[in-house]
Design a protein around this ligand. Structure first.
Ligand code: HEM
Ligand code: MTE
Length: 470
């Protein structure tokens, strides 16, 4: 592209408004992106922040741009070049916002590194009722904030009044309670839905769920301490994280006040996970644990709680984590028409054997299969059905680990196992699993009719094909 004119950084800077047309730089390239701004998938406000300067610091924050497809779009708008010296100057002193992220266990397989998003190998999940912290999936939208216990304050706001607590206050002024709860991302098993038709979102497998013990103060106790009472004016409790984007907008979510204040709702402000301090990736020093509710509302690095009559206006509450009709696409979607996901539907998955593996049958000509099952809203798993012949014969798996808790306050997952008889001579089988919860909800048979453009609520029968040797 050496045929294009050379511009200076000063000239680029003068193109920061629509009237003067909006220019940005990337590497040595200069781009006029005015016409792309209204089409930007991340919104026109965000992209406009780079007006008159380099997009690189923003792209370091939003790793989705590290993709040849994005560069191909950008190239269409190239109008010139910077000199080699000025290109260097444009990105000097640029710090990687992810430089202070914690070290992760190499067994976690990333679907994106910046922000860090990763899941463990599924076969490890069914080994333990409690998922070890280092193997618990991580779903971050932004860099992990660097928080010191000394400076940490949790702010609580209601009726225009602000209160605050230190970590020490939270640990000493309130009863410490422990809850066993699975947390699952709405995008768990998205990769299977994508095979029907592409969706927008991280390409997750079936290990974007974990089961842990969470200890901390009851949200109800903390709210009551500051004078919150059951009041019809309070409809929502909003949570804000201490992780923020380039415009200093924090990660945010909200849950219904009824869930937050319910003495049996078991919503806690957790400072421990599996009896140790909360790891940085999982929300150190404090996260909201909202049992039975989608991962997105379990806000990590909790900085502020707002008791109010309105839902969080955050992007993730309003314009993300929602379900739609399979025929709704990105041209027709109206996010205001669907409620934000709260309680998740019933799901299960086969964790072992792995898809595509070659398995040896035991002396009874059967094959051992293991997995997890879970349902939102505190519904207990009452059965897991398995078939190895596309539904002609169904077997019920043994539930091998489950908490002795009553529905609808059953927050942990269930592990299951079964020796499935395999007819003699069969060389390849497709195993299917579906779970049934205490409301007799079960999983849909296929993805085709539950497909949605964000690839959430992806809970059709789990199917795994394996080769069999005697
Ligand atoms: C998403 C292109 C600048 C913030 C995207 C996507 C594309 C894109 C193609 C969708 C990616 C996907 O979902 O796979 C571009 C181009 C830019 C630009 C060509 C050139 C100027 C920016 C800037 C910011 C930004 C400067 C921030 C200040 C975002 C965000 C998303 C996004 C927040 C959504 C991420 C998500 O859904 O998780 N952009 N972008 N973009 N972009 Fe940009
Ligand atoms: N809280 C904050 N502050 N920032 C985030 O990016 N991600 C949410 C939720 N809480 C997120 C957050 C999502 S989408 C999920 S699925 C869970 O955290 C993931 O929790 P984990 O990383 O501890 O597994």
């Amino acid at each position: 592209r050496s045929d294009l004119p050379i511009y200076t950084l000063d000239e680029v800077m003068q193109h920061a408004t629509k009237e003067s047309r909006i220019w940005v730089t990337y590497g040595q390239g200069v781009y006029d992106i005015t016409d792309f701004i209204p089409q930007h998938p991340g919104g026109s406000e965000k992209i406009s922040m780079a007006a008159g300067s380099s997009v690189e610091p923003f792209w370091m924050l939003y790793g989705v741009h590290k993709n040849p497809n994005v560069l191909a779009i950008l190239e269409k708008y190239r109008i010139g070049n910077l000199s080699a010296e000025e290109a260097l100057e444009a990105t000097e002193n640029m710090e990687d916002p992810y430089a202070k992220d914690p070290r992760r266990h190499p067994a976690l397989k990333p679907s994106s590194k910046k922000p860090f998003n990763a899941e463990p190998p599924p076969s490890l999940l069914s080994e333990n009722f409690i998922t070890p912290v280092d193997l618990f999936y991580v779903r971050n939208h932004l860099p992990v904030p660097d928080i010191s216990e000394k400076d940490y304050r949790l702010e609580i706001n209601f009726q225009g009044k602000d209160f605050s607590l230190s970590l020490q206050d939270l640990k000493t002024k309130f009863e410490k309670v422990t809850v066993t709860a699975a947390i699952m991302c709405a995008g768990n098993r998205r990769g299977e839905m994508t095979q029907i038709k592409p969706v927008k979102g991280l390409n997750w497998g079936h290990a974007v769920i974990g089961n842990a013990t969470w200890s901390g103060a009851r949200l109800r106790d903390v709210l009551m301490h500051f004078g919150v009472k059951d009041d019809p004016g309070f409809e929502h409790v909003q949570f804000e994280g201490l992780d923020a984007d380039v415009a200093n907008v924090p990660y945010g979510a909200s849950i219904p006040f009824e869930k937050a204040f319910d003495p049996k709702g078991d919503v806690i402000l957790a400072y421990e996970m599996n009896d140790g301090p909360l790891p940085r990736d999982h929300g150190y020093p404090v996260r909201a644990v909202v049992p039975g509710v989608v991962g997105a509302r379990n806000v990590k690095w909790l900085g502020r709680i707002i008791v109010t009559n309105v839902e969080s206006n955050s992007h993730w509450q309003q314009n993300d984590y929602k379900g739609f009709n399979p025929s709704v696409d990105w041209d027709t979607v109206d996010f205001s028409k669907s409620p934000a996901i709260q309680e998740l539907p019933v799901i299960s998955a086969i964790c072992s054997p792995d898809a595509g593996s070659v398995v040896k049958l035991d002396s009874n000509n059967s094959l051992n299969i293991k997995g997890y099952a879970w349902s939102g809203g505190g519904r207990r798993i009452v059965r897991v059905d398995v078939t190895a012949d596309s539904g002609k014969t169904w077997y019920s798996a043994d539930i091998t680990a489950q908490e002795n808790k009553k529905e609808p306050h059953h927050w942990g997952w269930s592990l299951w196992s079964l020796d499935v008889p395999i007819p003699k001579g069969v060389k390849e089988v497709e195993l299917w699993a579906k779970a049934v919860d205490s409301s007799y909800n079960t999983q849909p048979e296929s993805f085709a009719n539950i497909w949605n453009l964000r690839g959430v609520l992806s809970n059709a029968y789990h199917r795994v094909q394996v080769k069999v040797t005697a």
